[in-house]
Design a protein around this ligand. Structure first.
Ligand SMILES: [Fe+2]
Length: 198
């Protein structure tokens, strides 16, 4: 087994354990989760492995690991790509691997979700992520996050299982959201304006 295989499997095992021990919310074991992902980020062999995935926002994305509890993707994006506030329907960790700078924010949902199209969000974390930095969100409805690449970056994104088939995009100021299907088409087959989302 390669170093990368060992590092990915070990991190996935730990994250599953932390999620299970905390009712499906590994953010309750934040320090342990961050330490585990930081150990994975020290593995030098994560670029170029795994399976290509349809990149919805970044220039390329590969699935490094998947089981029913944990999915890990590594994406590469040039400076200036913006992924507006959205969710994936699962807890989420975002980290920068080896190189890059990502302006990151995540939000907590403050309304009771009783009105379709309405969402009142409050910023929970907002900072620039650099290599080795890790951010984590709780499960839905508080898995809302936003990224802007400030420099060419490798972004490691870990979720609690698969991305949901649809995602919600939020307008924080207007307190609204709309739902969009997770694209299954390669970006080269779509008009550029539809290229939002990671
Ligand atoms: Fe995302």
């Amino acid at each position: 087994m390669s170093r990368a295989d060992e590092a990915l499997r070990e991190c996935a095992r730990e994250l599953s354990e932390y999620a299970q021990a905390n009712g499906g919310d590994p953010s309750k074991a934040r320090d342990l989760v961050i330490a585990s992902i930081k150990r994975l980020l020290e593995c030098p062999d994560l670029i170029g492995i795994g399976l290509p995935r349809v990149a919805q926002h970044l220039e390329s994305t590969r699935i490094l690991y998947y089981d029913t509890q944990v999915q890990m993707t590594l994406g590469r994006g040039r400076a200036g790509l913006y992924d507006p506030p959205h969710n994936h329907g699962a807890w989420l960790a975002t980290a920068v691997y080896k190189q890059g700078e990502v302006q990151y924010a995540d939000y907590r949902r403050m309304d009771d979700q009783s009105r379709a199209g309405h969402a009142d969000l409050k910023v929970a974390d907002a900072r620039i992520l650099r290599p080795g930095d890790v951010a984590i969100t709780p499960p839905p409805p508080h898995d809302i996050h936003e990224n802007r690449t400030l420099a060419e970056s490798y972004m490691l994104v870990i979720t609690g299982g698969s991305f949901a088939p649809t995602r919600e995009y939020y307008d924080v100021g207007a307190k609204t959201y709309f739902t969009k299907a997770e694209s299954t088409k390669d970006k080269s087959e779509q008009p550029a304006a539809q290229g939002a989302g990671k």
